[in-house]
Design a protein around this ligand. Sequence first.
Ligand SMILES: [Zn+2]
Length: 154
Amino acid sequence: MKQPDSRTPAKARPGNGRSRPARGDVDARMLDRIRAAAAIVRIRQEALYDRLAGQFRAHLGDGSGHDRKALESAAAKARADLVAAGAASPQLGERLATFLLRDLDPAATHRHTGEITSPCTLACTRCGATLQLARTATVPPCPRCAMTEFTKNP
Ligand SMILES: [Zn+2]
């Protein structure tokens, strides 16, 4: 491996802790990069959820009072559309369809950090802090106590 040259400016050697003033700064920068990459994945999955929901509504058609079987059938078709279009892997399609069907189930009142949910208000099951999600979002940790379980209110 090539040895670092002390005359080389620090910016030319990303990730080389020796050319930086403090180890903590390098860790912070690395963490920022990881956070940015994770945010891109989150935003992409949230957009895919919305796309799935759009396809789902198209397959379900007009009217109300659809039974569970009709919802599942429309979700399966919407998921297949996404996978066929190359927008999602079968695994991701399955995961998003599960989240979609759960959001349509009034009895499914729990959400966990990392899951995608439709707009709602979440209440932390430990400290009661509430989180208002105005759009489709990935559930964050509780902003007050960092716990990961919530109850969902419309
Ligand atoms: Zn909490």
